[in-house]
Design a protein around this ligand. Structure first.
Ligand code: MF3
Ligand code: CO
Ligand code: CO
Length: 254
């Protein structure tokens, strides 16, 4: 097995899927307020993807996942299952969207603040987004996967945060999760080397406290073992001749 190099026509489909995934995050932003339940957010995203985008929410029934999006609040690291609990002022929440359009996947997530959020929680979200951006700056033909992981680990740990190791970024295309595994820690120069027209996600999960995780009994939800806050940001990225193209870029990031 090896890392798939996408054709021009596949890349065009990935651009469309990526744009749609990004647009779901823009769409849902005004609904992320105190009092809303994550089930309501899930339903809104589901209907938008299916009815407006004529696309498929990839998480739904993926390996048995019961909902259309992942919602990970406060000390939840990732793969939180939407439920009937209401968001409250001061929460931080990751919404992770994956859509399938014309057979190809776009995968992206970001952190939202619910009302006013404590400075230490905001700082975690900002530094985690900067981890993702520093990692994306590494991406170009010849870049080793270790360069990506190293950039994230170095910046997170220099800010006294920890990097979750149990989950990683991934190749993506006609399949949700393809080779390679994109670790968010590592040594510069180590691992597989990127080539033009590969497509992968980078999706660092960063904790204020220790890196250890605990899996909840639902089999999906990962939380920090020490109950410290965790943040995650994700983009789907094409390796170009000279660098990278972020396929899930939102208008606010341009
Ligand atoms: N979107 C997640 C990722 O970034 C995967 C979610 S799998 C699910 O890879 F089944 F939980 F949806
Ligand atoms: Co992903
Ligand atoms: Co995702």
């Amino acid at each position: 097995m090896s890392i798939i190099i996408k054709t021009d026509s596949e890349i065009e489909k990935m651009r469309i899927a990526g744009k749609l995934a990004a647009e779901v995050l823009d769409y849902i932003k005004p609904y992320i307020v105190a009092g809303v339940t994550t089930n309501e957010i899930d339903q809104l995203c589901h209907d938008y993807i299916v009815d407006e985008q004529q696309a498929i929410p990839a998480p739904l029934n993926y390996k048995g996942f019961p909902k259309s999006i992942c919602t990970s609040v406060n000390y939840t690291i990732c793969h939180g299952i939407p439920n009937d609990k209401r968001l409250k002022k001061g929460d931080i929440i990751n919404v992770d969207i994956t859509v399938i359009k014309d057979g190809y996947h776009g995968d992206t997530s970001k952190m939202f603040y619910v009302g006013e959020v404590a400075p230490h929680a905001q700082r975690l979200c900002v530094i985690t987004q900067e981890c993702l951006m520093l990692a994306i700056e590494q991406v170009k033909p010849g870049c080793a996967l270790g360069d990506i992981g190293h950039a994230i680990q170095k910046y997170a740990e220099s800010n006294r945060y920890s990097v979750v190791r149990e989950f990683c970024g991934h190749g993506i295309g006609a399949k949700f999760h393809e080779e390679p595994q994109v670790l968010h820690y590592g040594k510069a120069g180590e691992g597989d080397v990127l080539k033009e027209n590969m497509i992968l996600t980078i999706e660092p999960m960063i904790n204020i406290g220790k890196r250890q995780i605990k899996m909840l009994k639902d089999g999906w939800t990962a939380v920090t073992k020490d109950r410290s806050l965790s943040a995650q940001w994700e983009h789907t990225i094409l390796v170009t001749a000279t660098g990278s193209e972020v396929l899930t870029l939102r208008d606010e990031e341009r």
